[in-house]
Design a binder for this molecule. Structure first.
Ligand code: NAD
Length: 476
């Protein structure tokens, strides 16, 4: 397998070279993966011009033709599943099995929106005037700009670009600086699928601020979709006000997992491990705090610790690896800081609790954790699970909701009434009941409170790229 990639150009209406490049290093080996084009304000301005021109023609393309192009794109992504999985393993350290699964997940959005393109229905509705006929039609909102994170470099691009393209909106994507190559590869496959030049542009940059500023201040960009931290999301929310852009924000979380006394122990352990440790704990829906009811606490901690000790830490390119490295120094530093602070305030290590060289951190279980510790409020984004004891259902719900975030929450129980009661009481955008990995291309994904606005996925996701126009027709 080759381990270097070079896309020193970026993809607009064609390949362009900005003449500036930045290095992308492997988090696993800290060696150079490749050089990416470093786009700035001039490239951003050119991209908006291109998107604006592309909008005129792409919106006029018959929905069935747009659908067919998306279908071909889906086929090509699946045909390149292995290559995409490998790219993610190289540029951000995702274990290759997870990378392959992500490529299929990304393709799932493309397939779903290939079908949705044909279902953008309007409405003919009654009027109290005898001589009027009333219509509500849906039209593409216009050129869209997306900022994607490094932790799901393929899926987040597809979750935004597929509904935009299906609706008739050209999309400009600014990928995270850690993961430009997966994004470029997807855009290259879009062209190969027959996607018209300029409808999907990818502009990598090492300096997101100036490039983004151009997009946010240009009135021709009608829609912005962002996945990333709450801090940057708030900045974009404010910037969008100037030109009153439509906005979707998928931001940070602090997901609780409530395990009740009546849970099936093996099932609960398996789901919490899957939820917490995929992508080395670097997903916005990974649980950040596990609350276990009194009666099950000791056996849960014992079995959970054994399961975590069984996770294989290693080379992301190795099929046997469950846990790869953290994405970068800052990511590792935050994990170290959270665990060290918790230990200094009295937490105990059931397993792990230390960095193991390079950007690796041992999968960790902490007990004796209290609300005074940062790990209970701030997203760790690493392979660390604090486990806390609770007694009553109401107490667990109160603790679960005691956060400004509201993205994902989970519970494990065999009691149907409790499952429904607790799901309804949790102030979150998505709830997994006995299911630690609920996201799917056809389901609504998004948060409440400071975890964001808008929903991606399923029939909800395409509405974010559609405007409703009311047409009143006097028939005389
Ligand atoms: P981040 O906000 O720093 O980066 C995300 C993206 O924003 C990157 O493309 C980055 O280059 C860009 N960016 C950073 N500063 C910017 C600026 N000033 N202007 C414009 N763009 C800017 O987040 P991160 O630390 O890289 O990613 C992890 C975060 O993303 C976590 O908080 C996680 O919870 C969140 N996340 C949320 C979801 C979701 O769907 N809700 C999914 C994945 C990750």
């Amino acid at each position: 397998m080759t381990t270097t990639v070079t896309y020193p150009r970026y993809l607009s209406d064609d390949w362009h070279d900005p003449g500036r490049h930045f290095d992308v290093n492997s988090p696993a080996t800290q060696t150079l993966v490749g050089k990416a084009a470093d786009c700035g304000e001039a490239e951003a301005r050119a991209a908006v011009d291109i998107a604006w021109r592309a909008f005129e023609s792409w919106r006029a393309v018959n929905a069935f033709e747009r659908s067919a192009t998306l279908r071909r794109w889906h086929g090509l992504i699946m045909a390149h599943q292995e290559e995409l999985g490998r790219l993610m393993a190289l540029e951000m350290g995702k274990p290759i099995r997870e990378g392959r699964a992500e490529a299929a997940y990304a393709a799932g959005f493309v397939e779903w929106y290939a079908d949705e393109a044909k279902r953008v229905y309007g409405t003919w509705f009654p009027s109290h005037h005898q001589g009027k006929r009333l219509l509500a039609i849906k039209q593409p909102v216009g050129p869209a700009f997306a900022i994607t994170p490094w932790n799901f470099p393929a899926a987040m691009l597809a979750r935004k670009a597929a509904p935009a393209l299906a609706a008739g909106c050209p999309m400009i994507v600014k990928p995270a600086k850690q993961t430009p190559f997966t994004a470029i590869k997807l855009a290259e496959l879009w062209l190969e699928a027959g996607g018209p030049p300029g409808t999907l542009q990818v502009l990598p940059t090492s300096q997101p601020r100036p490039l983004t500023q151009v997009m946010m201040s240009d009135p021709r960009i009608r829609k912005v979709s962002f996945t990333g931290s709450t801090e940057v999301g708030k900045l974009l929310y404010a910037q969008a006000a100037d030109t009153v852009k439509r906005l979707s924000l998928e931001l940070g979380g602090h997901a609780p997992y409530l395990v009740f006394d009546d849970a099936d122990l093996d099932g609960a352990v398996a789901q919490v491990v899957a939820c917490k440790f995929r992508n080395a704990g670097q997903t916005c829906v990974c649980t950040n705090r596990v609350y276990v009811q009194d009666g099950l606490f000791e056996p849960f901690v014992e079995r959970f610790t054994q399961a975590v000790e069984g996770l294989a830490v290693g080379d992301p390119l190795d099929d046997a690896t469950d846990i790869g490295p953290l994405v970068d120094e800052a990511g590792l530093a935050k994990v170290v800081e959270h665990v060290d602070e918790a230990l200094s305030k009295g937490a105990s290590v059931a397993t792990g609790g230390r960095a193991t060289g390079g950007l690796y951190y041992a999968p960790t279980v902490l007990t004796n954790v209290t609300n005074e510790m940062a790990i209970m409020h701030d997203e760790t984004f690493g392979p660390v699970a604090p486990v806390v004891r609770f007694e009553r259902e109401e107490e667990a719900i109160e603790q679960a909701n005691d956060t400004p975030f509201g993205l994902a929450a989970y519970l494990y129980t065999r009691d149907l009434g409790r499952a429904i009661r607790v799901s309804e009481a949790l102030e979150y955008g998505l709830v997994g009941v006995n299911d630690g990995v609920p996201a799917a291309p056809y389901a609504p994904f998004g948060g409440v409170k400071e975890s964001g606005i808008g929903r991606e996925g399923g029939p909800w996701g395409i509405e974010e790229y559609l405007e409703i126009k009311y047409v009143s027709i006097a028939i005389g």
